[in-house]
Structures are given as C-alpha cells and as structure tokens.
Ligand binder design. Structure first.
Ligand SMILES: [Zn+2]
Length: 245
C-alpha cells in the first residue's frame, strides 16, 4: 500500500531540495514503515542540518515512524520556533566546539586553527567512513561540501558549507556556530593542530634564519611538531582578519 506524507521545509534547508521541489512543500510517497529521518534524507537534506521536526505541536526525533497523511514541518538549527532545549535535535557537542574537515577544506582548517579551534584535517584523504568514525568517537563537528558524508549515520554533528571560498567559509562557520566568543588566536599550530606555547629565544635560536634572529625576540613553538612561530608580517594580516569579526 502506498502511503504519503507532506514535508514542509523551512529556511536554509531549502538549499538541499531539487529545483522542482523549491516550493517548501514536498509530497513524499513510501511503501513500507519508514522513519522521518529516512524521508528527510531521501528528499536531499542531511540529518545533521535539521534542528527541529514538528508534527502539529509535537516535536519528534529522527526515529519517529511516519503515519499516512500527516504533515511534517522540518526546520534548520538556526531560526526555528522556540521550544524546550530537550525538544531540539543535536547541534553542538558538549564543551568547546571541535571540528573534523574533509580533504577539500585545508584553507578553512588553517583559519579555524589560527582562531584557536581544535580542527582535524588530513591532507591525504582518509575516506568518508574514517572521518565519520573519528567524528563519532571524539564528538567532533563534520565540516564538508560532501552531502553524502553528512548523511552517514555515525555523523551526529555537521554542517554543509554553502560558500566555496575559504575566508567566506570561515565567516559562515563562525556565524553558524556562534564562535566569536571562543576565539583564542594563535594558540594552535596551523600545520598540525597541536597547541603552541611561548618559548625562550635561547632554546630555539639555532633553528632561526639570521634576519629573524636579529629582528624578533618573542617566539612560540608547537608542542607537537616543534614548528616555531614569531609575530611576522603574516601574523599582522591574520590578526586584522580575526579582528574584523
Ligand atoms: Zn605543529
């Protein structure tokens, strides 16, 4: 027997619909018992982007089984009706936001690390299933332009980047997760994600190019890979970029 439901799609979730469905209202037909999560993903929306599902006044979770003829309202995390925090779907892991990025987002990982956010990124593609496993094991937010990666069931937290340019992507992530208050600039190594600490000049002097040794006295070093940092011209440009928020 064919059953059908009507899905009303709100706000930014419309970015995922086929052009023919961009009327905010999608009739979805199904034959067998089906969860609301499967129906939402079948029309193109990755589940981590969904913030609230309402059937009438009742909020339901992803495991809710569809009933023939009902109307389901699907909202993004930002801009949904205000309901109790126990009614909304997972958005941010507990504690400070940490990320894992897919192989195409090296520049975005660079900016997130400069702002001080724990951001895993592998220049050599570890594969979607590996990224999803680490995200699940370490409660990390997946950032990607790959909708298939976000639809993996191991991924609870994630965002599909609308922008393609890295600085615009960084602004998008800062706005989406409201990160400005948690900036801790230049506390993390851009090369390896390790934490950076102040070091005495004498302890690293032998590794410095002559001009740097002459012109700078304050140095920092990654506690993981040993990379040495100082406040050169690159630092000034990036400080100005972070201060623009
Ligand atoms: Zn490092």
């Amino acid at each position: 027997m064919d059953c059908k439901v009507n899905l009303i799609i709100h706000g930014s979730l419309n970015d995922f619909l086929e052009p023919a469905n961009k009327t905010n209202s999608v009739e979805y037909k199904y034959g067998l018992s089906l969860s609301v999560k499967d129906a939402i993903e079948a029309i193109g929306i990755p589940h981590p982007e969904v913030g609230l599902i309402l059937i009438g006044d009742l909020s339901v979770d992803f495991s809710y089984l569809l009933r023939d003829g009902e109307t389901i309202e699907v909202y993004p995390h930002l801009n949904h009706p205000s309901v109790g925090t126990d009614k909304v779907l997972p958005f941010l892991p507990d504690g400070k936001a940490s990320f894992i990025l897919d192989v195409h987002l090296g520049r975005l990982a660079h900016y997130l690390r400069i702002a001080g956010f724990d951001s895993l990124y592998y220049p050599k593609d570890p594969g979607d299933s590996h990224i999803a496993q680490i995200a699940e094991a370490e409660n990390r937010i997946v950032l990607t332009r790959d909708m298939g990666l976000l639809k993996r069931s191991a991924v609870s937290y994630g965002h599909w980047l609308r922008n393609t340019e890295s600085r615009a992507q960084f602004r998008e992530v800062v706005h989406y997760y409201n990160l400005r208050k948690d900036f801790n600039p230049f506390s993390r190594c851009v090369k390896c994600n390790g934490l950076i600490k102040r070091v005495e000049k004498a302890s690293i002097e032998e590794f410095l190019p002559h001009g740097i040794k002459r012109d700078f006295n304050e140095f920092y070093q990654c506690s993981h890979c040993g990379q040495i940092y100082w406040q050169g011209s690159h630092y000034k440009g990036l400080s100005e970029f972070l201060e623009s928020f």
